[in-house]
Design a binder for this molecule. Structure first.
Ligand code: HEM
Length: 130
C-alpha cells in the first residue's frame, strides 16, 4: 500500500457533495442578505440560482470529487472566466469574507477551511482589475 492509497481528499474531508452544497447555499444567502456584500451582489445577475449550481459543481471537482463541471467546460479556466468581471480590491475581499463565513457557519473543519481560504485569497487577488 502506498501513501496515495490512504490519502483523504478534501472532497471526502468536507463531507462530499451535500456539504459542498451547504457551503455554497450559505455563501449566496449571505451575499443576498448582508449589506456588507452589496457591491459584490450587484456584479451578479438578479437570479443567483445558476451560480449556486455552477459554484457547487466547480468546488466538487476542485476539491477532488466528480469532475462533471470541468468535463462540461473543456479547457475553461476560472481566471479567464472572470476576465470580464470588474473585480477590485473591495469586491475581491467581500468574496473571500463571505466564503470564509460560509465555511465557518456550515461547520467545515478549521484546518481545511484555512487551506481553502488561502487558495481563494490567491485566486481572487489574481482576478483584480484595479
Ligand atoms: C476566488 C474564487 C472564485 C471562484 C471559485 C468563483 C467561481 C465562479 C463560478 C463557478 C462562476 C460561474 C461561471 C459560469 O458558470 O459561467 C463565477 C461567475 C462569476 N463570478 Fe466568480 N468566483 C470567484 C471569485 C470571484 C470574485 C472575487 C468576484 C467579484 C468580485 C466574482 C464575481 C463573479 C461574477 C460577477 C460572475 C458572473 C455571475 C453572473 O453571471 O451572474 N467571482 N464565479
Amino acid at each position: 500500500m502506498t501513501a496515495a492509497d490512504v490519502e483523504i481528499l478534501p472532497y471526502q474531508q468536507i463531507g462530499e457533495a451535500p456539504a459542498v452544497r451547504r457551503v455554497v447555499e450559505r455563501f449566496y444567502d449571505l451575499m443576498e442578505s448582508d449589506p456588507a456584500y452589496a457591491e459584490l451582489r450587484a456584479l451578479h445577475a438578479p437570479d443567483l440560482g445558476p451560480m449556486r449550481q455552477s459554484l457547487a459543481g466547480f468546488l466538487i471537482g476542485w476539491l477532488g470529487g466528480p469532475r462533471d463541471w470541468f468535463d462540461a467546460r473543456p479547457g475553461k479556466c476560472m481566471m479567464s472566466m472572470h476576465a470580464q468581471v470588474p473585480v477590485n480590491a473591495a469586491t475581491a475581499r467581500q468574496w473571500r469574507e463571505a466564503m470564509a463565513r460560509a465555511l465557518a457557519d456550515t461547520g467545515v473543519d478549521a484546518g481545511l477551511a484555512a487551506r481553502i481560504n488561502e487558495a481563494f485569497a490567491r485566486m481572487s487577488e489574481g482576478m483584480r482589475r484595479d
